[in-house]
Design a protein around this ligand. Structure first.
Ligand SMILES: CC(=O)SCCNC(=O)CCNC(=O)[C@H](O)C(C)(C)COP(=O)(O)OP(=O)(O)OC[C@H]1O[C@@H](n2cnc3c(N)ncnc32)[C@H](O)[C@@H]1OP(=O)(O)O
Length: 338
């Protein structure tokens, strides 16, 4: 991709590694705000091109996102292009994410693997081996094997790429959009994988991680009340928002509402009061139900059938009631089991 900028000046190496500072191994732009602006222009433009190629509604890579996240972006250039000023060929963005995965036996596993989050090679030079060069560079830099990584909703081209170059063809089915392959669970120490119960005793569930792409889609998805953001039941959406926080960037997390004040409980009341304690216990289980139903509503197949039916008993009744009678329930009733 050509820019009016001097790419060779901005990015001296064939592959530049950028982090939140945008200058990780590119000393030239360190302390030079004018060069940083140009680096940001290149990242933003590449992010937009990648989103377009993947038909995403918004870019998942931009300079501002990179600055607010602990990701690494590998940027490949061709020194000779554009009359010797250099052209940007593509980029690869990776980062660690806490994921809740299912192993081959269907057990819930908590892991924090390195994930491929975005990957793009300019259209006119795809299938020339540049993607492989970028990917191999990243593997060496991170000291990781492709089978131990997770992939954020890989495109058909990327799946074909992984199959061709790394023989990654057999994926282990997940309920989120991250893809992991056979061998992911085998070659890890117990410390890297932790079995987790789906439901915590207090009713506070562990969420399935949202992908970067999910978040873009989530922002536009219409959910029935009480899952509608900005509805009178702001409480519910704010409670549910906690489940978005894992695996997604802080910048995308919706504003938090103190659940105590949102439920109308006076914060000055003594926590030792038995009445308050009963309320607290009940409130916790109500929050758990609402959060479970929110999770349920986010995992429906194209026919509207819940993919988590087996794991979240009772939620389908509650959810279908809300779909049929979206405004008949009070907040208290919404939190009550059907
Ligand atoms: C988690 C994510 O980031 S998902 C998003 C992945 N990015 C995209 O889909 C954006 C559009 N695609 C691209 O930018 C590129 O095709 C990439 C990044 C996937 C691969 O980069 P390339 O430089 O094309 O890969 P490279 O030349 O090293 O390898 C070629 C192999 O990739 C796969 N591939 C590349 N382009 C295509 C294509 N148009 N159709 C099908 N497979 C393709 C094939 O397996 C191909 O091997 P083949 O030519 O023998 O069939």
């Amino acid at each position: 991709m050509e820019f009016s900028l001097d790419i060779n000046h901005l990015f001296p190496e064939r592959v530049s590694i950028l982090d939140h500072s945008l200058v990780a191994e590119n000393r030239k732009s360190a302390g030079r705000p004018d060069l940083l602006v140009h680096v940001a222009t290149v990242i933003d433009e590449m992010g937009r091109a990648s989103a377009k190629a993947q038909q995403l509604t918004a870019p998942i890579t931009s300079a501002s996102k990179l600055q607010s996240q602990r990701h690494h972006l590998y940027l490949l250039k061709d020194r000779e292009g554009n009359g010797g000023r250099g052209v940007v060929v593509g980029f690869l963005k990776v980062g660690c994410k806490k994921l809740f995965l299912l192993d081959r036996q269907g057990a819930h596993i908590e892991a924090e693997p390195l994930c491929v989050l975005d990957f793009y090679v300019a259209e006119n030079v795809q299938r020339h081996g540049y993607g492989l060069e970028l990917f191999n560079f990243m593997l060496q830099h991170k000291g990781v094997e492709p089978v131990l990584m997770a992939y954020d909703r890989p495109s058909p081209k990327f799946l074909s790429f992984l199959g061709k170059h790394y023989c990654l063809t057999q994926s282990v089915p997940q309920v989120n959009n991250f893809v992991v392959f056979e061998g992911f669970f085998l070659n890890r120490t117990a410390a890297q994988l932790r079995k987790t119960p789906l439901k915590k005793p207090e009713g506070d569930i562990k969420p399935y991680s949202l992908t970067e792409r999910d978040v873009v889609h989530q922002e536009q998805r219409v959910l029935p009340w009480p899952f509608v953001p900005q509805s009178p039941q702001r409480l519910v959406s704010s409670l549910c928002s906690r489940s978005h926080s894992v695996g997604s960037s802080p910048s995308r997390a919706p504003p938090r509402v103190n659940p105590v004040s949102a439920l109308g409980v006076n914060r000055d009341q003594s926590p030792q009061s038995p009445l308050i304690e009963r309320c607290r216990v009940r409130r916790t289980s109500q929050q758990g139900l609402v959060a479970r139903c929110s999770l349920y509503s986010r995992h429906l197949d194209s026919r509207g059938v819940g993919l988590l039916d087996g794991q979240l008993p009772g939620c389908h009744l509650f959810y279908s009631h809300l779909c049929r009678h979206p405004r008949t329930m009070t907040p208290a009733a919404a939190a009550r089991p059907p």
